[in-house]
Every structure is written in structure tokens, then in C-alpha cells.
Design a protein around this ligand. Structure first.
Ligand code: ATP
Ligand code: MG
Length: 418
């Protein structure tokens, strides 16, 4: 039988990566809670309809990337490719519109059938923030500030650029759409097949095309910012003024459109030069029509998502692991005593490692390997005096300590990290 491999585009999070991963999630949690966000988790799979109706039938995600299957009851199910649709579905099915605004944060695995590359996986993980029921630009500013605080706390402030745009309200988009159709129709012969299709169904999406030929035509296309009506322009001004007041740097990118259909007004991406083609680390925007589109009461919303794997490639090695105390019993009576001591120390908050077998040499080797800070050696001799030897493994110094005083003697080693 062939050796079993992880499925293409998936990866194992081994302990080293795990710490980095956890550091990112914990930093995110801490900062999101400072903004009064509450944690939410929705199922990893939903009815396919949830994603089709929210992302839009013509998006790349829906057309090419979803993991969709019929389950044993004949229901059409999709592994979530992103979080927003599921959270909005939960908001509607949970009747949460009674108490607005709702501020949610979430994180977890996402699934997209893409061509795997560095920073582009088929199972990846996202951090996610959504604010539902706030139409004010202050909400946009707040979720952007949260993103900026997170990236700063992860040490990435110098590595990322915030690109900002406004897609305007439905009216502005309708005017703009007409201008786009005129423009692209004049260049029909040079558009890719996908974009010709989009021209019929959703011309805005052409702007997001990655096809080289399309890109050349897009370069001279009309700009959405020139089509914003006064309300939309005022909204965009307010968002920028807020960012200025908070000292959050950004550049306006009038070509920025988001890949999904449900965005209005604010759209943004934090990008980096450090990851090659997979340069977007965090992206989001306002989606005032989405809740209604999914069958809920009209409710504005804004949010973003960030790829944990992409962040992980940028952050320095996070806080190292705490160094354990090695408990080293010598002999059968000592083993029993050691088990109790380990238990006591762990309940006291120490990180404790004990080898399950081996003589002094083997056990000390293990202590070394796990980078123990100190060892507690329990020999028969010491046991008769109800004592043990505490050895500082960095200095080599050691002394005998009464069993009752072990925790106190180990106190200086409690919080030591590598
Ligand atoms: P891209 O243009 O890179 O395909 P996207 O517009 O499809 O990104 P979003 O749907 O906005 O991405 O997802 C938000 C974030 O999730 C991205 O900015 C990125 O950090 C991360 N992300 C998206 N797809 C993947 C993937 N296949 N593998 C790893 N991370 C991903
Ligand atoms: Mg994509």
C-alpha cells in the first residue's frame, strides 16, 4: 500500500507551528475582547445554499473552489470557504437582531479547492470579525483599528500596508456598473472567457480578474471612486477621517474590489511584499445587503478575515515554551513517591516532565532533551529522610530539600521560558 500522505493542500500543525498558531489566536482573542467582541463558532459545514446565496453564483469561490457534496440524507452540503456567510446565517436563525449591534469574533478552518502554493492551501485557517447592525462609519473605523492593533501586536506594523477603497452604495454601484459595461463592451474581443461571462452577470467582478490580458484592459477602466454619489462620498470621507484621527496609515487604492459579491462602501486589504503572490494577509469590508439577501431583516454589517497561515509566515518565533521541571525517581519506592510529587507540582502550576522508565543517566538525558530548568531527584537514600535533591540544570548546583519544601525550592524556576 502506498505511504499515506496528507491530502494535497492540507498540512499538519506540528508542535512548533502549533505554538506560533496559538500565539496568533491568543493575541487575536485578547484584542478582539478589548473591542467588546464576543466569540462565536458556527459549524464547519452548512447547506450549500448558504454560501451560494451570500457569496454570489459568479464568484470564483462558488464557481470553482467549494468543497460540496451530497451527504447520506441527500442534502447538498459545503465545507465553509469563509466565515461571514455562516455567522450571518447564525445571526438570522438565532434571531439575534433584537439586540444590535452584534459584535462577533471567530476563528477556525476553511476549505477551498484552489491550486496549492506557498500561503495558499485547501484547508487553511482564518481569524474573523463581524459587526452586525451598525450602519455608521464608526463601525468601519473600529474594525479597521482592531485589525491594525492585531497586526501591530504581532509585530507586523512595518510589514503591511492598508489599502482602502469605497464601493459606494447600491445607487453608486448601479451607475458605475453601467459605465463599466460600456467600457468593457468596447474591449470585448480582448477579454478572457471568464470575464466575458462576468460582463453579462456581474461586470464588477472583472476588476478582480487575475488574467494578464484582462489586467491590461482593467488598467484603464473607469474608477469607482469617480462614481460615488454624495452620500457614499461622505461615508468614505468619514472613514478616512477616523483613520487619520487614530494615526492608522493607509493608501487609497481605487482599483481594489473584493472577490465576493456582497460588499458595499468600505473595502480594504492589508497586504505585504514579504509573501510573493499571496500578499493579502487580512481583508474585508462592509456588506449592508447580505443579511437581507440571506432572508433576514435588513441589517448592515462589516467585517474582515485574515489567514492564520499567512500571518504565521510573517511573525517571529512567538513566546517560547515554558521550561519544565524534571522529576527523576530512582527505584520502585521512589517511583510511587514521584508520581505523587508530579501531581502536586502540576496542581501548583508547574510544568513537570517525568520519563516513564530508565536509569539515572537515561532520565537525565531526557531532562536535557525537554530543556528542563531543574530536576528533582528522588533516591532511596533521600527518601528515608523524607527529602529529595533539587538540581539547577543550568548551573549544576544542587542541594537536598525536605519533601514539604520542594515547591518553595522550585519557585524560582516556575515561569522560566526557553
Ligand atoms: P486571494 O486573493 O489570496 O485568493 P481572497 O480574496 O480569496 O484571497 P478572502 O476570501 O478575502 O481571500 O480571505 C481572507 C484571507 O484569508 C486572505 O486575505 C488570506 O489571508 C486568507 N486566505 C484566503 N484563501 C486562502 C488559502 N487558500 N490559503 C491560505 N489563506 C487563504
Ligand atoms: Mg481566493
Amino acid at each position: 500500500m502506498a505511504r499515506l500522505q496528507p491530502v494535497r493542500g492540507t498540512h499538519d500543525i506540528l508542535p512548533e507551528d502549533g505554538r506560533r498558531f496559538r500565539h496568533i489566536v491568543e493575541t487575536f482573542r485578547d484584542i478582539a475582547e478589548r473591542y467588546g467582541m464576543a466569540e462565536i463558532a458556527t459549524p464547519v459545514f452548512e447547506f450549500t445554499e448558504v454560501f451560494k446565496r451570500s457569496l454570489g453564483e459568479t464568484t470564483d469561490v462558488v464557481m470553482k473552489e467549494m468543497y460540496t457534496f451530497e451527504d447520506r440524507s441527500g442534502d447538498l452540503i459545503t465545507l465553509r470557504p469563509e466565515y461571514t456567510a455562516g455567522i450571518v446565517r447564525a445571526f438570522i436563525s438565532g434571531g439575534m437582531h433584537q439586540n444590535l449591534p452584534c459584535k462577533f469574533y471567530a476563528w477556525g478552518p476553511m476549505f477551498r479547492h484552489e491550486r496549492p502554493q506557498k500561503g495558499r492551501l485547501r484547508q487553511f485557517h482564518q481569524l474573523d470579525v463581524e459587526v452586525l447592525g451598525a450602519a455608521e462609519p464608526t463601525a468601519d473605523i473600529e474594525v479597521l483599528a482592531l485589525a491594525w492593533d492585531l497586526l501591530s501586536a504581532l509585530g507586523l506594523a512595518d510589514k503591511v500596508t492598508l489599502e482602502l477603497n469605497s464601493l459606494g452604495d447600491a445607487d453608486s454601484r448601479a451607475t458605475y456598473r453601467a459605465a463599466l459595461v460600456d467600457y468593457f463592451s468596447a474591449h470585448k474581443d480582448r477579454l478572457s472567457r471568464d470575464s466575458l461571462d462576468r460582463l453579462e452577470r456581474n461586470p464588477l467582478r472583472i476588476l478582480d480578474s487575475k488574467d494578464e490580458g484582462d489586467r491590461a484592459i482593467i488598467a484603464s477602466a473607469p474608477l469607482l471612486t469617480d462614481y460615488l454619489n454624495p452620500d457614499s462620498a461622505a461615508f468614505f470621507d468619514a472613514v478616512r477621517a477616523g483613520l487619520d484621527a487614530l494615526g492608522i496609515p493607509y493608501t487609497v487604492n481605487p482599483r481594489l474590489v473584493r472577490g465576493l459579491d456582497y460588499y458595499t462602501h468600505t473595502a480594504f486589504e492589508f497586504t505585504t511584499e514579504a509573501l510573493g503572490a499571496q500578499g493579502t494577509v487580512l481583508a474585508g469590508g462592509r456588506y449592508d445587503g447580505l443579511v437581507e439577501q440571506l432572508g433576514g431583516p435588513p441589517t448592515p454589517g462589516i467585517g474582515w478575515a485574515s489567514g492564520i497561515e499567512r500571518l504565521a509566515m510573517l511573525v517571529d518565533d512567538p513566546a517560547p515554551a515554558r521550561r519544565p521541571i524534571a522529576v527523576v525517581p530512582l527505584g520502585e519506592a521512589a517511583e510511587r513517591e514521584a508520581l505523587v510529587l508530579c501531581h502536586r507540582l502540576r496542581r501548583d502550576g508547574f510544568v513537570v516532565d517525568m520519563a516513564y522508565r530508565g536509569n539515572l543517566g537515561k532520565r537525565m538525558k531526557r531532562a536535557n532533551k525537554v530543556n528542563a530548568r531543574a530536576a528533582v531527584i528522588l533516591g532511596d537514600d533521600e527518601l528515608t529522610r523524607d527529602a529529595a535533591t533539587v538540581r539547577d540544570l543550568d548551573s549544576g548546583e544542587q542541594r537536598e530539600v525536605a519533601m514539604a519544601d520542594i515547591a518553595a525550592a522550585l519557585a524560582p524556576y516556575r515561569q522560566q521560558v526557553a
